[in-house]
Design a protein. Structure first.
Length: 414
């Protein structure tokens, strides 16, 4: 779905949802999900032209698509063409097993210090090039990835290897653009407790690796190594929307993708016992749920909900006296709360992040802003938390919410 603004000719916003909400372990499952969810969603929204797709390709799927003789790439291309689906953005963060019990911090494996991470990312890039149809001048394809690895698995000597991995990848992406005419923006996504915890850390890192003696070529980085601004991650770290955007585009980084998503928020945790216990009860074995507390003692951070519960139980003052906790637990962006005192989301923060980005197209570093709705936790959220209906119902509500926010800023569907 393409949006335009009369005051910004030549600029556009492309909207999709991330298909990690229904992760696929094979090409066949990718095709089934497109037919079962994406096409009905497109029809409900009444989209007459092409409909954007945010493809999540786990490593086995990406390698299957690239394998000669499998027929998977042909089948996927035919379905996309027949249903007028536009795969303009990709997720190459989780390597495999996304959503499987026990993944937690292993979702960052392999790290960018391992050549397999670069090869996987480039495989996704080659698939993206093969699927890209005739693109208008200025269009790009975005691929989100993590910034190196989980902090618990990154040693002091890994930084140079991580930078070399990005340098080698951007070099190949430049060759791909010359060969296929498709600009790929590998978009680095800071995440709480990763080696780069937030967007401010990403901006600082870019400054270090783009120095005169740094490992990254400045021109290649400005063309092919961008930022994925995840609004949920920024909210968890209490990054103000304007500052988050500034850090995302610092040092001429292209804003490859904005993931429009909300986090859980718990206000006045010491006073709201029911909401606090409900918050702790969300601990589960599949996804990381990092927690940050803000209060008179500054910030306190936990790697997951069980750590936050332990800190609370131990009477730690930064947790006991905090005015708000935020948790990396993606929730539908159209929801702000359900009436339980203290219980809420960071939907207002996400809306402001989007508004800041939409107001500054000259800062994107691309002719288009890719916006991807990402509520991959749908299947583990209670109906009280995610809203009524099935997945297509929830996605429709989120799309209409985002389209409403965009319309307020003057961006309308073409």
């Amino acid at each position: 779905m393409l949006l335009r603004h009369p005051a910004h000719p030549g600029r556009g916003v492309r909207l999709a949802y991330s298909q990690n909400v229904h992760p696929a372990a094979s090409v066949g499952e990718v095709l089934s999900n497109l037919r079962a969810v994406t096409v009905p969603l497109r029809d409900r929204l009444g989209v007459g032209g092409s409909f954007g797709v945010g493809l999540y390709l786990a490593a086995p799927v990406a390698y299957e698509l690239e394998s000669e003789g499998s027929g998977g790439l042909r089948d996927l291309a035919e379905l996309l063409r027949a249903e007028r689906l536009d795969p303009f953005t990709y997720n190459a963060f989780p390597y495999l097993g996304f959503g499987a019990a026990g993944m937690k911090a292993a979702v960052f494996d392999p790290p960018w210090s391992d050549l397999e991470r670069a090869e996987y990312s480039l495989t996704v890039a080659r698939v993206a090039c093969a699927l890209a149809r005739e693109l208008e001048p200025g269009r790009h394809v975005s691929i989100s990835t993590h910034t190196g690895g989980h902090s618990s698995r990154i040693g002091p000597d890994d930084g140079a290897a991580i930078a070399r991995g990005f340098a080698a990848t951007t070099t190949v992406l430049a060759h791909c653009e010359r060969a296929y005419g498709v600009r790929i923006v590998l978009s680095l996504e800071p995440e709480p407790r990763a080696n780069l915890n937030d967007l401010a850390a990403l901006a600082e890192w870019r400054a270090s690796v783009l120095s005169p003696r740094g490992p990254l070529d400045v021109a290649l980085a400005e063309r092919h190594l961008g930022t994925c601004l995840d609004a949920c991650h920024a909210a968890v770290e209490f990054e103000e929307p304007s500052a988050a955007f500034e850090h995302a585009v610092a040092h001429r980084a292209p804003l490859g993708k904005l993931q429009f998503t909300s986090a859980l928020a718990l206000r006045e945790p010491a006073r709201n016992d029911v909401a606090r216990e409900r918050f702790f009860a969300l601990d589960e074995p599949r996804y990381l749920h990092q927690v940050t507390a803000r209060g008179p003692h500054g910030f306190a951070r936990a790697g997951d909900l069980d750590e936050a519960r332990a800190a609370w139980g131990a009477g730690d003052a930064p947790w006991r006296e905090a005015d708000e906790w935020r948790c990396h637990f993606h929730v539908p962006t159209d929801l702000v709360g359900d009436g339980e005192p203290g219980w809420g989301t960071t939907a207002d923060h996400a809306a402001e992040v989007l508004a800041v980005a939409l107001a500054a197209p000259e800062r994107w570093g691309t002719d288009e802003l890719h916006v991807e709705i990402e509520t991959y936790t749908w299947s583990i959220l209670s109906r009280a938390t995610r809203g009524a209906g099935e997945l297509v119902d929830g996605l429709e509500r989120e799309y209409r919410h985002v389209l409403g926010l965009a319309a307020r800023a003057g961006w309308e569907p073409v």
